[in-house]
Design a protein around this ligand. Sequence first.
Ligand code: MN
Length: 230
Amino acid sequence: MSYVIPIWTPPALPVVGASDIFPVRRIFCVGRNYVEHQKEMGASGREQPFFFIKSEHALVPNGGEVHYPAKTSNYHYETELVVAIGKGGRRIPAAKATEYVYGYAVGLDMTRRDLQQVGKDHGRPWDFGKNFDEAAPCSALVPAAKIGHPAKGAIWLQVNGKERQKADLADMIWSVPEQIAYLSDYYTLEAGDVIFAGTPAGVGPVKPGDELHAHIDGVGDLKVKVVPAL
Ligand code: MN
């Protein structure tokens, strides 16, 4: 059997210290998962976690040049820990969740904030604000076998050399194991799924020419340059 149109290869992330790559199946993203960011987005309290999904085709492996997206005038960065699922499962207890993690990376949950706001204002989906071309730059993965499961450590972003976000992974409202447990109650998680684990406060706009440098202690770095729209 062959296909009637050319078949594509699955989006994938490089792995630090390996020649083999990690195929990406789905991209789950958690919303409002750091207290100070929750406040800047106008919410408070330990609400239940909520998620949205980006297409794996939004992935920009290793960062590099990212085009200013279409139909927005308020294009934002959100710096996030990325969790790569290495083994599938459902109803995973938080106490066992790290057994399902292959590794970690540094990601940017790029957002068309104005289009996301339209969705919020009208009770419509967030897809146009969150899931678009090149919306998920992500560094190489570092295997948990090498670094363990980071629950604390600095996470920061510089834009053109100036600090814009800075927090600690320990500031997450829902920990990575809790996120995996919650998601796996609603979805059968599969090897290749990744989770963007939420952004700290300080989100803001970027424009063509801006250079972003995201960092997480012990995990790595991600550099992105915004270039003019296609
Ligand atoms: Mn986010």
